[in-house]
Design a protein around this ligand. Sequence first.
Ligand code: PLP
Length: 459
Amino acid sequence: MNSRSAPSGVTLAERARRVIPGGVNSGQRSIPGLTEMVIARASGARFWDADGRQYTDYHAAFGPPLLGHNDPDVNAAVAEAGTRVDLCGVAVTHGEIQLAETLAELVPSIEKVLLTSTGSEATFHALRVARAATGRRLVVKFQGCYHGWHDSVSLNVISAPDRVGVPDPISTGILPEVLDATLVLRFNDVAAVRAAFAAHGDDIAAVIVEPVPHNVGCLLPDQEFLQALRDECTRAGSVLVFDEVITGFRHDLGGWQRISGVTPDLTTLGKAIANGYPIGALGGRADLMDLFSTRPGAPAFFAGTYNGHPAVVAAALATLGKLRAEPVHEHVYRLGERARAGIAEALADLGVPAVVTGHGSVFVTYFMPGPAPRSYDDLLRNDAGMFIGYRRRMPEHGIFELPLNLKRNHISYAHTDADIDHLVEATRAAVRDTLASGGTTELAGTATMGGAVAGGEGR
Ligand SMILES: Cc1ncc(COP(=O)(O)O)c(C=O)c1O
C-alpha cells in the first residue's frame, strides 16, 4: 500500500508528462485509460504500480521476460559481470565470443552474428546489408508485421480498414521515396509473393517477415507460404530475413526456422534473448555478414557504442543457459495450451463468437467468428470494442493484458497452473461484464497504429 512518503501514481505521472513527451519513453506505453499508471516493482509473473496495486502480468513488456521478471539467475550473472569487466569499446570480450558461438550453434541460419542493443537496429542492418549485397532498392514486408521504428519498415502494421492495400506509415517525417521502396504484401498469400517477384524480382533486395506475425496477435504461417518466400528469394537472388525478435527463443531455442525447417539468409533476434536486458542480434550467412565493417575494409557500416556490453551479454548467456538447462519451453507450452483451452471453453459458455489462438506461450483472443485468421484482412472482423473492453476490466481481477487492439499475451516460466486458472475465470467475468455493458466505444488511440499524416495526430 501507499506509504505517506511515497508519491501516488497521479502525482508521478503528472511529473513525467511535464518533462517526458506524453510521459513515457516508447510509443505504445501511454495507453488511454492508463495514463496515471506508474510502475514501481516487478518480480516473477507480477508487477506492482506506484499505488500498490498488484498485477499478474501477461503483457510482459511486449515479450522479453520469458523466465519471468527479475529472474535471479540472470540478475546474478549481470551483477557478477559488473564486478569483473566493463564496456571498453575496443576489441572483444570472452562473453561476446561465447554468445556468438552459442547463437551459431542454436539458430540454423546463423554462421556469423553481430550484437546490437535493440531489435530495430538488427532489422535496420539486415536491410542495409541486403541492399549492399544485391545493389537493389526494394524491400518486401507484410501487412501486420512490425520490424521496429526505422523508415523502411515503418508502415502497414495495424492499419485502419481503408489503409490496407495502400502505404500506411506509422510516422511522419519519412521520405516518400523510402516508403515507395517498400512493397507491402498480404501475409500467407503465395500468389501475391509470386506476382511481386514476377514484376520486380530484379530489384528486390530483401524480403523481411515475422515468420509468425505476433504484432497483430498471432497469424500462423502456412508452411507453403514460408517455403515460397525461400524459393522466390533463392531464385531471384534476394535476401530472406526472418525477423525472429519475438519468435526466437520464446518459441524454440532455434527460432521458428527450426520449427518450420525453412532457413532464411539472415535472422534478427531480440526480446527473450536476455530476458529483458537490452540486446539484439543479427546473424546469418557468413558471406553476407562479412560485408559488415566489423571486418576491415568491408563496405556495410556497422557500429554501436553499447554493442556487446558485458552486462547484457552476461544476461543473454545466463538466459540461454537456463532455457537449455531447465524445462522452460515445456512449462510455458503446457500453460499456453491450458490458457487457450480454458478461455475458449469459457467464451463458448458465454456464447461469444471468439477465436482463441496463439502458439506456445503466446495467446490472444479475437472477438470474431472462426476460422483462425490467416492474414491481416481477416483481423478486420475482430470486435475492437470487446477486445479492448474486456482487457480494461482485467485489472479488477489483478491481471494485466495490454488494452490495445490485437496485442498478444505472453506466459513466462514464473506463471503457475493456478495463475492460468485464475486468468480463465477472470477472462470469463471480464467478458461477461463487457457484454453486459455493450462493449467499449471509447477506442481513440487504441485500435490502429498507422495513418500518420504531417501535422496530424494519426488515428
Ligand atoms: C518482430 C519485431 N521486430 C523488431 C522489433 C523492434 O525491436 P526493438 O523494440 O527492440 O527495437 C520488434 C519490437 O516489438 C518486434 O516485435
